[in-house]
Design a binder for this molecule. Structure first.
Ligand code: FE2
Length: 342
């Protein structure tokens, strides 16, 4: 399970003291021992019973300006510090089943009952309340290809909770937890590993009963935009997708490029040819996903080929064409999505 770091520090520090220490070059959140070594500092910050409420009030006075700029999460998270590429600090609010926000929103926004690992490491401390529960597992990332439905040797460790003052180090690609609501509203504070490489590393959702990967939680903008680029004739977009399909260092993005090339092919045979090249890849993930896509295409081939060809779009009137050409949202124009202002 996530590593419990015993820490008896009693004195309290300010957030700025913690940030100053973490800015030291010797701190490397990608190294387990380096991360564990800063646990006493996080414990001392947790001993400060005023700073979080004071920061929350300051945010309110500033109309949450900083959260608007820096918070990529939902309102459950309060960003406390984000300045370097190496780490950031946040507070998380964990409602219990009795809290109205959970009754209104359900469990999904809080990731309860969604067993998952993390593609980053983080150090956490219980700051307030009895703490959220988790059922903890471990697995060997090096033995996993990452295919949805793939069997994984998940080892159950224990069920425990993040009590106030308790510090745990969640290790990237190793610790899995099925997070459950606390018995009462709780707050935790995290030091999060940050790095530009994280979007290219996959975080998984698990089916712990079947011991399987249930899905990949990491998605980048690139994967979504490849679908557009593969179907666009201009701006060397097809060349770009071909390049991603052949060489992208992230296997998830490489497969997405192959899939979109196949999806935009003139017919099923050409699509299958593209996918066959992916299936022959030396990368097990790209090969496995390409084979699955081939099976899906084969299974749906008669339906695809029997579907009606796309209707030719009607020509725009001269006035509409002028509006399109002059619209500053040129990308929208090229996709024939007409901006509201037009
Ligand atoms: Fe988690």
């Amino acid at each position: 399970m996530a590593r419990v770091v015993a820490c008896e520090a009693m004195e309290a520090i300010e957030l700025g003291d913690l940030v100053q220490a973490l800015n030291d070059e010797s701190f490397d959140p990608a190294e387990e021992e380096s991360f564990a070594a800063v646990a006493p500092l996080l414990k001392r910050l947790a001993n400060n019973r005023h700073f979080l409420a004071e920061m929350a009030v300051a945010e309110l006075k500033d109309r949450c300006h900083r959260q608007t700029l820096e918070n990529r999460y939902s309102a459950q998270v309060l960003i406390l510090h984000r300045a370097t590429e190496k780490f950031f600090i946040r507070a998380n609010f964990w409602p219990s089943e009795r809290d109205s926000v959970l009754k209104a929103s359900g469990t999904s926004p809080f990731f309860y009952h969604v067993p998952h690992d993390h593609n980053f490491s983080f150090l956490t401390v219980g700051y307030f309340g009895p703490g959220y529960w988790s059922e903890y597992y471990e697995y060997d990332y090096s033995r996993v290809v990452g295919l949805p439905g793939e069997k994984v040797d998940l080892t159950f460790v224990e069920k425990t909770r993040l009590e106030t003052g308790k510090i745990m180090l969640y290790r990237a690609h190793r610790d899995v937890h099925d997070q459950l609501p606390p018995d009462d509203l709780s707050v935790s504070i995290n030091i999060m590993e940050a790095s530009n490489r994280l979007p290219f590393l996959s975080q998984y959702r698990f089916d712990v009963k079947r011991c399987e990967i249930a899905g990949i939680l990491t998605h980048t903008s690139s994967e979504a935009l490849l679908a557009l680029a593969a179907n666009h004739d201009g701006a060397n977009s097809r060349d770009l997708v071909e390049s991603f399909a052949a060489h992208h260092p992230c296997d998830r993005i490489q497969f997405a490029a192959i899939r979109e090339l196949a999806g935009s092919a003139a017919d099923a045979d050409q699509g299958l040819e593209t996918l066959a090249r992916g299936a022959a890849s030396g990368n097990a993930f790209v090969a496995g996903m390409s084979r699955r896509e081939m099976e899906k295409l084969q299974a749906n081939r008669s339906w695809i080929e029997g579907s009606r060809p796309r209707e030719k779009r009607p020509e725009l009137s001269p006035a509409a064409a002028e509006c399109r050409d002059n619209c500053p949202a040129s990308e929208a124009s090229s996709l024939d999505i007409r901006p509201q202002a037009c």
